[in-house]
Design a protein around this ligand. Sequence first.
Ligand code: NAP
Ligand code: MG
Length: 505
Amino acid sequence: MSIVSKPSGSGIEAPKRLDLRAAIGGGIFEYAPAPESVRPEIADKYGLFIGGEFIEPTSIGSSSSHFATINPATEDTLAMVGEASAADVDRAVQAARDALPAWAGLSGKDRGKYMYRIARRMQERARELAVLETLDGGKPIKESRDVDVPLAAAHFFYHAGWADKLRYALPGRDPQPVGVCGQIIPWNFPLMMLSWKIAPALACGNTVVLKPAETTSLTALRFAQICQEVGLPKGVVNIVTGAGETGKAIVEHDGIDKIAFTGSTAVGKAIAQAVASTKKKLTLELGGKSANIIFEDASLDQAIEGIIEGIYFNQGHVCCAGSRLFVQESILDRVIDKLSDRMSTLRVGDPMDKNTDVGAINSKEQLGTIERFLATGEDEGATKHDVCQSTLPEKGYWCKPCFYTGVQPSHTIAREEIFGPVLAVLSFRTPGEAISRANNSPYGLAAGVWTDKGSKIFDVAKKLDAGIIWLNTYNKFDPTSPFGGYKESGFGREGGRHGLMAYCK
Ligand code: NAP
Ligand code: MG
């Protein structure tokens, strides 16, 4: 295929712009399927991981003590997962309490050795973990394989290194563990969120009771097996699966010294109220409505990739997604053209196919939420651009990536977190207007700034109310870099030296 027209006659014609949408329609970019070949073992039924063993959950009243976890791309049941009751949470907290003196009493060097073993085991099991993450959660295999699992292992390596150097991390102090940590995580980065929680806790000598999200328990349960495989002392890590009630039982348990929560702002607020009158320490990583700001002097092709990465990869299931795009007025039309071209090539479909860019929506509930926002966007007068050419599979939960123009700052889709592949495009004239519009949000998690001018980068970044700011890039994570929000996006930091403070007293 040629993307320029042939020279004709004596003169050379100007290159013609390739119509990517037409090209896709003609099937030129259709690749043969490239499905991931690794098939991990999945048990029919999983118990709770308490005191180093998998045990049966106790029944809650007459209801079953297991629930199904499904593959959102096919709606097939993958396994039955145990539902922990308050009594099970109590057993887990007791196991963590019993394990605490020995774990906290180990030298930092020995704790580090266990953590290095965990990290290496995660690397050895990387393909299997990536496939499990993709089957259970719906994210494309290239995301779980190239981003989630390597970063999860990197988090353990990084914190293993701190375990015997805490006095250097916090100079002039004598850091002691907080105790038993209750940790509750969401479904968008299951294994990565687990490692953000467990790795710093263990490095600082704490023991943990962790609850994964109801729809994505399988990698946490595989991680429990890794704890067994590396001989981690029993009770140091306990995994209780279940729904919101299980999380509530953790939050309300008297034997817990610290709660670390990542999830929605609504649940975060309820947790803050519940622990307000207790001695529990608390860190909250909550929602976001992050601004991605493109100035007229930015490298546009690079910025377009950043926009795509910021909102469409991972189906927009990213707390720090750049879901509000602010474009300087002089380049608005060009950005919309380029964005449409690039989006027309995005491939939505089988998450196990290595060519897939956008996978399945995590659950039927989440798809319903996204669809309600899409309807509101049009009702409120914004224009929807459906430029993605992929044909959606018949079974499973799917949403085509799209964007809206003609969005006003007061529109629902510009204010509320959608948590789907939906972008609101807004414009601005001056840097001052970009900053005030970007800061006009109850959230303050992340932001992106795209410009060629170093001085503008630092000036704008300083004035944005956001915990993480990416400059000429987006959605890049590193264990050495603290992550966390301002305003309704929560408080406390995870990662880096700052993240250790939440797990020490
Ligand atoms: P969610 O409904 O708040 O759930 C998060 C976790 O809390 C899940 O494990 C959930 O269990 C549990 N939970 C639900 N109700 C609870 C209660 N009353 N007490 C204790 N725990 C409870 O959030 P989500 O919809 O799963 O996740 C999406 C949200 O997470 C988005 O708002 C996103 O922005 C945010 N997030 C933030 C960050 C960050 O670092 N700031 C990172 C990732 C995601 P079930 O799933 O079983 O209901
Ligand atoms: Mg699932």
